[in-house]
Design a binder for this molecule. Structure first.
Ligand SMILES: *[C@@H]1O[C@H](CO)[C@@H](O)[C@H](O)[C@H]1NC(C)=O
Ligand SMILES: *[C@@H]1O[C@H](CO)[C@@H](O)[C@H](O)[C@H]1NC(C)=O
Ligand SMILES: *[C@@H]1O[C@H](CO)[C@@H](O)[C@H](O)[C@H]1NC(C)=O
Ligand SMILES: *[C@@H]1O[C@H](CO)[C@@H](O)[C@H](O)[C@H]1NC(C)=O
Ligand SMILES: *[C@@H]1O[C@H](CO)[C@@H](O)[C@H](O)[C@H]1NC(C)=O
Length: 536
């Protein structure tokens, strides 16, 4: 009797215990300050005086409480590339979900890295602030009892790589506001510097490198002189451990590789260079053996010379390790995404054109313009006239480009296929907030229903950012299990800024707090939401 009672009590207590996942607290002061990424002074956006910003180290299910004080003379918002914000799109930190933090004010984000592992990053989402800093790495480690499919590395380094301009972000934004295209960037940075950063390793040991492309548009090839890269994780998926001599990292993407310091003790080049560009930018860092007798020497190793074919083959070779655990103890392969029936197909075609004499970019002919009120708040307070669900069609319409606050409506628990069709001659990169999705296929040409025959329905990787090659398509599957207002965007930042984005409103008619958290008590209100009172 007593035993049964205790057991019942335990059952009753379980949800409480489970709710008490660990908390990590951060206080961040955002300010302008001098940085010297290319050796000369530039104005950077610093977090607690740092450029890049501090790394967030966390473990699956941790609550991250981040109090952000905006000491810039302009509004500011941070977004969390890859952190899913389950049931909580209010915290997503893009203008469609969250009011900007006014100058001199603060806002406390309450995030949870619920059921996630992997490598991600945060960045400032407004205007062109991303071109000045305030980005940083996010690591989500597995809980201690969950097996990781490789031995503990001797160290775990984050490498934030990306293209960089010598022009201030305000100037870049003014160029775009004026209807023009941006010039080619000046240089590439690795952790905020070109040709300066050094990583020290010990002979014989193995290290994890988490590489995120936090840049504005260019795909970067990553490689290390004399060392192979063993790919182990892509945006939260443990991969089949395949060895590559170099890796293409598209803008907005994150990869983890293992490297073993098994060469002659000296210093080696770590290299990034732009891909698919006529002028190639290169930047290096140093892999320094602690017992090194010799500085870096020899030519900087060259990147792949073949272009698209090499890259697409590499992308297709990246597979999920079905038997390895992800955030939970069960194997990643236990969810058979290939057996689920697709309830809806959405085909998204990107385009570039002039609208009223100004350069714009669109999806299915709609070039996104922000509303005066975050869409999530308009939805919550039922403010009419801010946006219309269905303001962007499910298929290319062939219409000339036009401006609208585009929102696609979708049903909670639908299983959706999205095809990104790229008729242009550039590599694109697409990101979806709130989710990770299976990249089931990519190929040259125009997608047709017959393209489904070449889908990988077994061990495609689940991730949050995918590339789409020039004059090619990429298809993804998504289980819409996260209610909210979610940004779908080009990670090519000028294109995102000039309209190549929209929101996916995943809606449940039940409107239950089981499916979506209530509006946060500290939510800032702006636009037409000012002065409204949350229903509590
Ligand atoms: C934040 O940074 C600004 C600019 O450096 C400084 O004036 C202010 O005192 C800092 N605030 C806090 C709370 O550290
Ligand atoms: C601003 O910071 C204070 C603590 O200094 C905190 O109590 C308050 O909730 C924060 N404001 C918001 C909107 O999060
Ligand atoms: C960094 O080194 C590369 C390769 O030597 C060179 O092309 C590039 O100009 C350098 N970048 C800077 C900012 O010095
Ligand atoms: C897949 O993961 C398992 C752990 O479940 C590991 O033993 C195996 O080596 C991994 N296979 C590859 C190819 O990475
Ligand atoms: C998918 O649809 C087929 C045919 O309509 C049906 O037989 C099957 O049971 C469905 N599968 C699932 C997992 O719902």
């Amino acid at each position: 009797m007593m035993i049964r009672f205790c057991f019942l009590l335990l059952l009753l207590l379980l949800p409480l215990v489970a709710a008490e996942d660990p908390y990590r607290f951060f206080t961040w002061n955002i300010s302008y300050g001098d940085i010297y990424p290319l050796g000369f002074k530039q104005q950077g956006i610093l977090i607690n005086g740092q450029f890049p910003g501090p790394e967030i180290y966390s473990v699956t299910n941790d609550n991250l409480i981040i109090n952000v004080f905006n000491n810039l003379p302009e509004p500011f918002l941070l977004s969390w590339n890859g952190v899913q914000q389950r049931r909580n799109s209010y915290q997503d930190g893009v203008y469609g979900t969250t009011c900007p933090i006014p100058p001199g004010k603060n806002f406390t984000y309450t995030l949870q890295v619920k059921d996630q592992i992997g490598s991600y990053f945060y960045f400032p989402s407004l205007g062109f602030q991303k071109a000045a800093g305030a980005f940083g790495a996010i690591k989500v480690l597995s809980r201690p009892k969950i097996p990781v499919p490789f031995p503990d590395p001797a160290d775990d380094f984050s490498l934030l790589v990306g293209d960089w301009y010598s022009l201030p972000q305000q100037r870049l934004r003014a160029v775009l506001d004026g209807g023009h295209r941006l010039p080619f960037p000046q240089a590439l940075l690795i952790n905020g510097r070109a040709n300066v950063t050094s990583f020290t390793v010990e002979q014989g040991k193995t290290y994890r490198l988490r590489i995120s492309n936090v840049g504005l548009q260019n795909t970067l090839n990553f490689r290390i002189q004399g060392h192979n890269l063993k790919l182990v994780e892509v945006e939260g998926t443990h991969t089949e451990q395949t060895t590559y001599s170099s890796l293409d990292v598209h803008v907005g993407q994150s990869y983890s590789v293992l490297i073993t310091a098994d060469q002659t003790p000296k210093d080696y080049y770590i290299v990034v260079s732009t891909r698919f560009t006529s002028k190639v930018l290169t930047s290096t860092a140093t892999l320094h053996y602690s017992n090194s007798q010799q500085p870096v020497s020899g030519p900087i190793p060259a990147g792949p010379t073949t272009q698209i074919d090499w890259s697409i083959q590499q992308a297709r070779s990246i597979r999920t390790n079905l038997t390895a655990s992800g955030p939970r103890p069960n194997p990643q392969g236990s969810y058979h995404y290939g057996l689920v029936n697709v309830s809806r197909t959405i085909i998204l075609e990107s385009s570039a054109a002039q609208v009223q004499g100004k350069q714009r970019y669109a999806v299915n002919s709609v070039s996104f313009i922000p509303a005066d009120t975050p869409l999530k708040l308009a939805d919550y307070f039922k403010i009419d006239g801010v946006f219309k669900v269905g303001s962007i069609p499910d298929r290319p319409s062939g219409k000339p480009m036009y401006l609208d606050t585009s929102v696609i409506g979708a049903d909670f628990r639908a299983f959706v296929e999205i095809v990104f069709q790229n008729h242009e001659n550039i590599v694109q990169s697409w990101h979806l907030d709130g989710y990770s999705f299976w990249v089931v296929g990519m190929d040259g040409g125009v997608w047709t229903p017959a393209s489904r025959n070449e889908y990988n329905l077994r061990d495609a990787v689940s991730r949050c950012t995918t590339q789409v090659y020039p004059k090619s398509w990429t298809a993804i599957y998504i289980a819409l299990d996260n209610v909210g207002m979610w940004n779908v965007r080009s990670e090519f930042w000028a294109r995102q800024y000039l309209g190549q984005q929209f929101y996916l409103r995943v809606y449940s008619p039940v409107e239950s707090s089981r499916d979506e958290y209530p509006i946060p008590k500290n939510a800032l209100l702006c636009g037409r939401a000012v002065g409204r009172t949350p229903r509590l």
